[in-house]
Design a protein around this ligand. Sequence first.
Ligand code: APR
Length: 314
Amino acid sequence: MRSKVTVVGAGNVGATAVQRIHQLGYADTVLVDVVEDLPQGKALDMLESGPVIGSDANVIGSNDYEATAGSDVVVITAGIARRPGMSRDDLLITNMNITTAVTQQVVKYSPDCIILAVTNPLDAMCQNIFEASGFPRSRVLGMAGVLDTARFRTFIAQELDVSVEDVQAYVLGGHGDDMVPLVRYTTVGGIPISEMMSAETVEALVQRTRQGGGEIVALLKAGSAYYAPSASITQMVEAILLDKKRILPGCAYLEGEFGINGLCVGVPVKVGAGGMEQVIEIKLTNEEQAALNASAASVQELVDVMRRARADGA
Ligand code: APR
């Protein structure tokens, strides 16, 4: 029997993720959206690509959650996307309400699923979805680090004229302008990046990575990035469905690791059939720990804003 993956939000990120997962061929997918007929239309179009791409998997679209019942993995992309001049944080309360409602439906129909949070602002939404789900922390994780490192790896590969496959990198902290690329753990063919380029060049690439989402928004004008985000979603979904136990940067609810308690932030995690199977704790320098703490503090601010809004009945 094929695995079952639901993607909520049939916009650019969600629909492209379903297209990529369908292409893998071993998971049936369900695309859900509030807009009438939109997920049905996109799903049928994708299903009809099956004979050409060689995928026998099923794709269906739906406006309700009955069709999602018994999903193994549910990806939540529902929300509104950033427009030029808008920060991820501007989206906070609208997307909090959307992801809360979505999570309640997801949990009702797929009580054993693993949820992958994608809606921005990512870390705050991951926290909201984790709390709304009542799931153990292993079954709620967020996708941001794979995307941020993909951007960093792309820029490094371009700069050095080497294969993107040979560039390994990590980022810690929130998916925002204060994300913490771990330069010390960034390697090219196993060689530390510091041996390959000057500190100034590394810093320039780090800076471009931090603003990587904004760079795309400014170019697209209407909407935000979706090709690299959907590829990153697919890599995490595949790690779960195939129990690959990959070590990837992911957003996880920390319980004291890295000195952070009760907050979702980006850290290296092991991703397998159990979802977020382990937080991989690495020793940080004082400077890295300080940067991580600062990044976590910005996530905490958003979580506090959400708590207050909830208390005020937003
Ligand atoms: N339930 C289901 N779908 C919803 C709901 C809801 N309650 N509210 C909104 N949606 C749908 C919208 O109808 C839309 O089709 O979510 C979709 C979002 O799609 P886009 O606007 O195209 O946004 P996209 O680029 O896909 O980004 C989605 O991912 O990367 C993040 O910042 C991005 O938070 C954004 C999310």
